[in-house]
Write a protein that binds this ligand. Structure first.
Ligand SMILES: [Ca+2]
Ligand SMILES: [Ca+2]
Ligand SMILES: [Ca+2]
Length: 307
C-alpha cells in the first residue's frame, strides 16, 4: 500500500517537473512567415532570398521552408526549391529564424550582350513573385505570397563627341597634315602622320559609375569593321585627361598610307544593367593627295584602322 502510494507520488512529481521544464507543445499553431528580403546581384546573376519564419512552439519546430518562384508577368511556376537554415550557402547563421536560398541564374537572366571588354547580363524587369510554404513537425502549414521588383533603370545617353571633321595630307614642304576640327579650328603639322583624339561625353540617370563600356567602330574603305574602346580612367596613353568625368577618350594615329575616304564611325555605350545607348553616328573624312582612291578589296593587313 505504501509502495503504491510512493509510486503514484513519484509519477505526479515526474509529470509536474516535465510541465515546469518544457511547456506543453501547442500543435495547433502553424509556423508564421514574416519578412521576405531578396536581391538580384546584377554582377553574378544570382537571386538571393531570405525569409523570416517563427513558430509559437519553438524555432526548431519549423521543419521545412520551400518556395515556388515566378518570373515577372508569368503565372507559370518557373521552379520550386527548399530554403536552408543550416548556415551554408546563402544562409548566414544555422538554426535561427532566417531561411535562405540562391535561385538559379536562368530564373532572372533574359539575355547577354557582348561588348569589347566583357559580357553583360540583361535581366527580366518587373515583379518577381514568390509563394512560400513553411511546415512544422506536427504537419501544420502556412503559405505566404510576396514579390520583389527589379528595374534596370535608364540607358546611358551620348551628350556629345569631338573629333576632326577632315584630315588632309598635302605635298607641301614634304608632307603637311592638316586636321579640320568642328568650329573651324585647325591643326597643322609638317609630318607624315598625325596623333589625334576622339572623345565622347555621356550621362546616365543612375550616375556615371553605372556606365560600363564605351566603344566605337570604324568602317574601313574595304568594308572591314574595326572596334576601339574609349576610356574614362584618366589614362594618359589614351588621351583621357580626367578620370570618371563622363568624357571617354581614345588616341589614334593616322598616316599618309590611309586612302582618301569618308570613314563612317559609330559610337556605342552600355551600362552595368545591360542597357545600350542610342548609337551616335559620325564621319571622319580623309583627303590624301598621296593616296587618292580607297582600296577596292579587303586588305591583307586586317586590323588597320584608317585603311
Ligand atoms: Ca539561418
Ligand atoms: Ca543606367
Ligand atoms: Ca575622362
Amino acid at each position: 500500500m505504501l509502495k503504491t502510494f510512493l509510486i503514484i507520488l513519484f509519477l505526479i512529481f515526474v509529470s509536474c517537473s516535465e510541465n515546469i521544464e518544457t511547456p506543453q507543445k501547442n500543435s495547433d499553431v502553424a509556423p508564421e512567415i514574416l519578412t521576405l528580403q531578396g536581391q538580384l546581384d546584377t554582377q553574378t546573376g544570382k537571386f538571393f532570398l531570405q525569409i523570416k519564419v517563427s513558430d509559437y512552439d519553438s524555432l526548431t519546430d519549423v521543419k521545412t521552408v520551400s518556395c515556388k518562384f515566378f518570373q515577372p508577368e508569368s503565372s507559370t511556376v518557373f521552379g520550386e526549391t527548399n530554403l536552408n537554415n543550416d548556415g551554408t550557402e546563402a544562409d548566414i547563421l544555422p538554426k535561427d529564424s532566417l531561411w535562405a536560398v540562391v535561385l538559379p541564374i536562368e530564373f532572372s537572366i533574359k539575355d547577354s550582350v557582348f561588348s569589347p571588354s566583357d559580357t553583360t547580363k540583361i535581366f527580366y524587369e518587373g515583379f518577381y513573385r514568390f509563394e512560400f510554404l513553411a511546415e512544422d513537425f506536427s504537419g501544420k502549414k502556412t503559405t505566404f505570397l510576396d514579390s520583389i521588383s527589379y528595374t534596370a533603370g535608364n540607358p546611358p545617353v551620348f551628350t556629345g563627341n569631338f573629333l576632326p571633321d577632315t584630315i588632309q595630307f598635302t605635298p607641301q614642304n614634304g608632307v603637311t597634315v592638316t586636321a579640320f576640327y568642328p568650329n573651324d579650328s585647325l591643326f597643322v603639322l609638317n609630318d607624315d602622320s598625325l596623333l589625334f583624339q576622339i572623345k565622347a561625353t555621356l550621362s546616365d540617370q543612375q550616375g556615371l559609375q553605372n556606365i560600363k563600356s564605351v566603344w566605337l567602330t570604324v568602317q574601313t574603305s574595304s568594308g572591314n569593321l574595326v572596334t576601339l574602346t574609349l576610356d574614362d580612367k584618366g589614362d594618359v596613353f589614351k588621351g583621357d585627361e580626367i578620370a570618371d568625368d563622363g568624357t571617354f577618350t581614345v588616341k589614334l594615329l593616322i598616316t599618309k598610307s590611309s586612302p582618301t575616304f569618308n570613314f563612317p564611325l559609330v559610337f556605342y555605350a552600355l551600362d552595368k544593367n545591360g542597357l545600350a545607348a542610342e548609337p551616335l553616328l559620325d564621319t571622319l573624312s580623309v583627303i590624301n593627295f598621296f593616296n587618292p582612291t580607297p582600296s577596292s578589296s579587303p586588305k591583307t593587313n586586317f586590323g588597320g584602322i584608317f585603311e
